[in-house]
Design a protein around this ligand. Structure first.
Ligand code: DAR
Length: 368
């Protein structure tokens, strides 16, 4: 498509899909003033939002410095998604000190002690392009670098485990059946080549090369390699104690960070991620809970989504993005804002939000 046609396409998306933040904040004059190289570079970033008009964000960074270089396009999108008012500077501060609050789901309702809790951070190594701009050899080289770090993690009493690769022909490569089993148990990520958003950003290219997961012996600490970001480092547990979950992730993150080259961290944007939704703390803290009344007759989770949004939360199906509620109204609840909020605030938002939703659920008419 010519540049004129592309600009016309974006203007059309802007009219028909108002939630597409890329289109909403695209400015044709800014774009036309760019050099040819920079026009091409910005096109790679926003291609996902053009090819997929229903996108919420509609952009993935290709290089760490894309955020500064194309801030005229990306900052308005970031402000909107992370609720950062125009008068506030975009900046990230970190506070992992969870001793400031006690967030135990069992105190909301004893039945919530069995809730599946997961908190993960996205991290990218500054010496590589982001996944959307990696070639096949870079993906393979990155995985080899990560495996060297995991070899030194394997003996740690709290995080020791093994690396399972889906890159054909490596010493850690697992069978296709084991891969499917790990996906079914929500430990491993799904085949990215089936994700139209990631395909349009080249993030899923060269699948399955350079992809895999590290898993601890206790299966409560997992690191995805080569998904939407170079690394997704996550801790999971039940029992309801969000404080201990966050503390364990923080310990594991520091340990892994010391074994790898520097992460891409910006004072303004925090942890640099492929998707602008994952900047800042780069953290997604989530719970899977059953809210049958709030999910009833709401296959797209719109009604419950609006309630959750008032609490600073996002709702998705328990099977991942763009999925509906699971059996018994099983949904995944997580705080939306990740930039300009600290880790401690994210934990508090999750706890307070779940308490409010739980109260709403219990006050709703019981539905069969
Ligand atoms: N489909 C993309 C997803 C944005 C948020 N989720 C991520 N990054 N996994 C969109 O722009 O809607």
């Amino acid at each position: 498509m010519t540049i004129e046609k592309i600009v016309g396409e974006i203007e059309k998306i802007k009219r028909i899909y108002p939630n597409n933040l890329m289109a909403r904040f695209f400015n044709a004059n800014n774009f036309s003033n760019l050099s040819e190289d920079d026009k091409y570079r910005l096109m790679r970033i926003i291609n996902t939002g053009i090819k997929n008009p229903t996108s919420e964000m509609g952009a993935y960074a290709m290089y760490v410095d894309d955020y500064e270089k194309f801030s005229f396009q990306l900052d308005p999108m970031i402000r909107d998604f992370h609720n950062i008012p125009a008068e506030h500077p975009i900046s990230q501060t970190n506070d992992w000190d969870t001793t400031k609050a006690r967030c135990d789901l069992g105190e909301i309702d004893p039945s919530l002690k069995k809730t599946s809790m997961r908190v993960r951070v996205a991290r990218n190594i500054s010496s590589f392009p982001l996944p959307g701009a990696m070639d096949k050899s870079q993906r393979i080289d990155f995985e080899k670098l990560a495996v060297l770090a995991f070899d030194r993690l394997a003996d740690n009493p709290d995080f020791g485990g093994k690396y399972l690769s889906i890159t054909p022909g490596t010493a850690n490569t697992i069978s296709n059946q084991e891969y499917k089993n790990r996906v079914a148990s929500h430990q491993m990520f799904k085949d990215m080549s089936a994700d139209k958003y990631l395909n349009a950003a080249n993030i899923s290219a060269h699948w399955p090369f350079g992809r895999g997961m590290y898993i601890s012996q206790k299966e409560d600490f997992i690191i995805w390699v080569g998904e939407e970001d170079h690394l997704r480092i996550m801790a999971m547990q039940t029992g309801g104690n969000l404080n201990s979950l966050f503390e364990r992730l923080h310990t594991g993150l520091k340990f892994v960070g010391d074994l790898l080259p520097p992460f891409a961290i910006s004072p303004k944007y925090g942890a640099i991620a492929s998707c602008p939704t994952n900047l800042g703390a780069g953290m997604r803290a989530s719970l899977h809970i059953k809210l049958p009344n709030l999910c009833a007759d709401d296959p797209k989770l719109e009604r419950i989504g609006n309630e959750a949004k008032k609490l600073g939360l996002a709702v998705r199906g328990a099977s991942g993005e763009h999925s509906g509620a699971g059996e018994g109204g099983l949904v995944d609840i997580s705080p939306s804002a990740r930039l300009g909020v600290t880790q401690m605030q994210i934990m508090q938002t999750l706890y307070d939000g779940v308490a409010a939703l739980w109260k709403l659920e219990k006050s709703s008419a019981i539905r069969e």
